[in-house]
Design a protein. Structure first.
Length: 599
């Protein structure tokens, strides 16, 4: 691994030197201009990665922000005669405001609607640019955009403009790096891979998507303004959908989440037509074929291809991360607490229907502090729906859920998680391409108060991420998982993944933990180990709700039991009483099994 780290460093430095010396060997002003334009598009593509790459939303408005910014620059500079500093700032602010306006109705849409809605923005702006002749110059556009001026000094054509533009590439790259490297970047990763899991960890995916969309727009604003100053005219071409297609191609060809991928993609997409121009009429076909070929050979982009042949060396992080001594708010080590008689969470008359199906019908029961309540019932009886209503994934049609005296019925999932309701999922929701440690550490996002602003100001070390990892390591140690902290989650066996998901929920410091069929797919020794962990958690004051079919597993574990059938609560009480309950025996357990359990 270390060798590959060195190799990556050498390859990276070589690529950087090649990039820096490329313009040095250029002879014509045309070449310099092309390289400058590649810089402009590299900024656009780096900006696009925030929304398209880091949070995985297919936005089709990046081209519109770019063209819009160019127009703002053109109008303010060529028509109103404002300074570079003023037009530059105004163009960025205008793009951010436009993004805010778009995002209010659009950001909550499912991805294909999001793509369509963002596509519409560019079309509207294009029509406006053509029709509003007095302001925009109509189909001809505006000419006479001056070269940028900084502190009274004009940035001349050729080398000065090239360096000026590429300094913004560096700036955009630094913003991207700061966003990705810490706890905030981990949260983006979870939002991209599994937004439902993010919400269960008190991370608000909408807020993160919103921030990334605005950042994308702001950086598109930088690119658009620089484009106007580089080509000195603004025309409807800048708002054409071709710009968006070019941007998408750069991000896909280069790689969605690597900054250098965006730069490589931009250099390639801008230069390829020039290199292939010798083929005269057929150059368009050849350019497209080359790009398609790259995608076939490297479907995850150039950056992904390099990752495949030179895997990222993961330093043994756990050796540098010290487990915190007692990070949990659970009263660890304070001796065994008996379940109390005060309900910590009360469910009252909860009803949820899907079409004509009563998934839950007037369900009421309470969870006592430190108790382990088992929820049993046949498949389709409403168990998962109950947990989904309790965690805000579904909104109940009627009834209420009260946590520690506060009603949480209509709160969002992330808000409920932040108030101390942790959960696991019937179908695991771990981020497969992230390490065990980081899967668990990201649960500290809310308590570490991570934000984009703080990520920007982080110095060499992200202390939030370090604290989160050290807390995560402490929790992993409790589950005996610290030795595999550096392993990729996707590579783990099913039983271990179930434990990791529980550890992740514990890292949130919940007061109530809801487990949806935690023993499913575990062998007997794994079940016994899991039961031991759950008893330990309850003994330390955590309140547990466990959905399970495995009655042997529940027999000695559950202190309380409720049974659902067709969405109705048909029995509630001590397990021994439930096993004797006529309705439960009839609907679920069966007579023979009931006799065995009673024995
Ligand atoms: P269980 O977890 O007990 O097996 P569920 O809570 O998953 O049961 O489902 C209860 C009932 O609600 C089933 O009839 C199921 O088909 C229905 N149901 C659950 N979720 C949805 C949904 N999102 N849309 C439509 N029907 C649903
Ligand atoms: Mg279920």
């Amino acid at each position: 691994m270390l060798r590959s780290a060195k190799l990556r460093l050498v390859v990276g430095l070589a690529a950087l030197c090649a990039l820096a010396s490329w313009p040095l060997v250029m002879s014509s002003p045309y070449d310099l201009r092309l390289f400058t334009l590649a810089g402009v598009f590299a900024i656009l593509a780096i900006g696009y990665q925030f929304i398209f790459g880091y949070v995985g939303e297919l936005s089709l408005s990046q081209g519109a922000f770019f063209g819009f910014s160019a127009y703002v620059t053109g109008i303010l500079a060529a028509k109103a005669g404002l300074d570079f500093a003023e037009t530059f700032l105004a163009s960025i602010v205008a793009c951010v405001l436009l993004a805010v306006l778009i995002s209010i109705p659009v950001l909550r849409l499912a991805s294909h609607y999001f793509a369509l809605a963002t596509l519409g923005v560019g079309q509207v702006l294009l029509l406006l640019a053509i029709d509003w002749q007095s302001l925009t110059g109509g189909a001809i556009g505006l000419s006479g955009v001056p070269l940028p001026k900084l502190f009274g000094v004009q940035i001349g054509r050729g080398w000065p403009l090239l360096l000026f533009v590429w300094s913004f590439v560096l700036f955009a790259a630094i913003v991207a790096h700061q966003t990705k490297r810490g706890l905030y970047g981990l949260a983006c990763h979870v939002v991209r891979q599994n937004a439902v899991a993010a919400r269960a960890l008190a991370i608000d995916p909408d807020a993160i998507r919103f921030a990334m969309f605005l950042l994308s727009a702001a950086i598109a604003g930088v690119a658009g303004a620089l484009h106007a100053h580089t080509i000195r005219i603004v025309s409807p071409e800048g708002l054409d959908f071709k710009v968006m297609i070019a941007c998408l191609t750069m991000a896909v060809i280069g790689g969605r989440t690597h900054v250098w991928g965006a730069v490589a993609g931009a250099l390639l997409v801008v230069h390829l037509p020039e290199w292939l121009r010798g083929f005269e009429q057929s150059y368009v076909i050849i350019t497209s074929s080359v790009l398609i070929l790259i995608l076939i050979l490297a479907p995850e982009g150039l950056a992904g291809f390099v990752d495949r042949i030179l895997p990222v060396a993961t330093p043994e992080r756990t050796s540098t991360v010290a487990a915190s001594s007692r990070p949990s708010n659970l009263p660890a080590g304070e001796g065994v607490l008996m379940p109390s008689e005060t309900p910590i969470l009360a469910i009252r008359h909860l009803t949820k229907t899907f079409g004509g199906v009563h998934a839950l019908n007037n369900v009421s029961f309470s969870l006592m502090r430190g108790s382990i309540t088992a929820v049993i019932g046949p498949n389709g009886s409403g168990k998962t729906t109950l947990v989904n209503c309790m965690t805000g994934i579904y909104r109940a049609d009627a009834g209420e859920i009260v946590l520690g005296g506060n009603e949480i019925t209509s709160m969002s999932s992330d808000e409920i998680a932040a108030r101390g309701v942790g959960r696991t999922f019937q179908n695991l929701r771990l981020v497969e391409d992230m390490s065990v440690l980081d899967n668990v550490a990201v649960a500290r996002f809310r308590s570490e108060e991570a934000s984009l602003g703080k990520a920007m100001l982080t110095g060499r070390r992200d202390s939030r991420l370090e604290r989160a990892r050290s807390h995560a390591l402490h929790v992993l140690r409790q589950f005996g998982l610290d030795k595999i902290a550096d392993a990729r989650c996707g590579s783990l066996p099913h039983g271990i993944k179930r434990l990791v998901e529980i550890a992740r929920a514990i890292c949130l410091d919940p007061v109530v933990l809801l487990l949806d069929e935690p023993a499913a797919g575990l062998n007997e020794s794994e079940q016994a180990e899991l039961a031991g962990h759950l008893e330990g958690l309850a003994a330390r004051g955590l309140t547990l709700l466990v959905i399970e079919h495995n009655m042997e597993f529940l027999k000695s574990l559950a202190t309380h039991m409720v049974c659902l059938d067709y969405g109705e609560l048909i029995a509630s009480g001590r397990p021994s009483a439930i096993y004797q309950d006529e309705r439960v025996v009839e609907a679920y357990i069966g007579r023979r099994h009931a006799a065995e359990l009673g024995a």
